[in-house]
Design a protein. Structure first.
Length: 301
């Protein structure tokens, strides 16, 4: 996204969360419709171009509200990062967008399809893939076999073949080999995933998401636990993904977030506090004071 939304440039009141001016109707449908109208007015034509629209999304656990009327617009082939302190609702947001958890109210549209009530496996078929914060690989399978399992797992007709020795078309070399090259893991194709370094395992997890042939990839702290030597490799990998995919990123490494993101959404207590380009987030006083301080400004928190 080349710049902040027109309303923001024209003097939008950043002293309030983005949803603060949202008109409230008499019910959930009214509220969701009002939020969609507000965003269309604020962001203009950008809304119709977004690959993912989350409108007035709320997630409650009993009396606890984990997500409170969250509205998010993610543009295609960009890196869109979601940041905030622990407990801000970032991972819960990922869960509801990818279908791991149902929402309490609101609306989610992906690539023109209403996926609000769709299960996670149906969203995968529509083009949503995800990696998790905790490493989740088949340690006793090779790198190539891990990728092959991910390829076949998308197709219910061939999912059970994932555990069979690869033959012919089931080897999926046309999909797997380019991913291996992209991950810089070609020479480790026959290595057991459990024998890889931590940084290589994290890259393989991204590759397994790519093997699902997605349109959008959700990455939950892909640099978690990495040493300095591996960080640059992951940063370059994610930066290159936006040539072909939409990347939605949760990441605590602010240097990486500021360096590779097109748009950053800052969350606080389950709500959207502010959203904008890295340069604007970097100098936003509330973000600096509440979350980042000297990590990105070099000044006093």
């Amino acid at each position: 996204m080349a710049a902040l939304a027109p309303a923001a440039r024209a003097g939008f009141d950043w002293s309030q969360p983005l949803h603060a001016a949202r008109p409230v109707g008499t019910g959930r449908a009214d509220r969701a419709a009002a939020e969609a109208t507000r965003c269309a007015q604020q962001y203009g034509g950008l809304v119709s171009e977004a690959i993912l629209h989350a409108t007035a999304v709320t997630k409650r656990y009993g009396k606890f509200t984990a997500l409170d009327d969250v509205t998010l617009r993610i543009m295609p082939r960009t890196v869109h990062s979601v940041i905030g302190p622990n407990g801000a609702g970032k991972t819960t947001l990922f869960h509801v967008l990818t279908g791991t958890l149902p929402i309490t109210s609101g609306n989610i549209v992906f690539d023109g399809h209403d996926v609000t009530r769709e299960a996670d496996y149906r969203r995968v078929k529509r083009g949503i893939a995800r990696s998790f914060q905790v490493t989740s690989l088949f340690a006793n399978l090779s790198v190539r076999e891990n990728l092959r399992v991910a390829v076949q797992g998308v197709d219910s007709n061939h999912a059970f073949n994932a555990w069979m020795p690869p033959r012919g078309a089931l080897e999926h070399t046309g999909i797997v080999d380019p991913i291996l090259e992209r991950l810089a893991l070609t020479r480790f194709a026959g290595t057991l995933a459990g024998a890889l370094s931590h940084g290589q395992q994290r890259r393989l997890e991204v590759g397994m998401a790519l093997a699902a042939r997605p349109k959008a990839i959700f990455l939950d702290e892909p640099t978690s636990g990495m040493g300095i030597d591996d960080l640059d490799d992951m940063k370059q990998l994610i930066r290159g993904l936006r040539d072909d995919y939409t990347v939605v990123l949760i990441e605590h490494n602010m240097g990486i977030v500021m360096d590779i993101s097109d748009t950053i959404t800052v969350m606080q207590q389950g709500r959207v506090l502010v959203e904008g380009r890295p340069d604007d987030i970097r100098v936003d006083e509330r973000v600096r004071r509440a979350y980042l301080g000297n990590m990105i400004t070099g000044g006093r928190a």
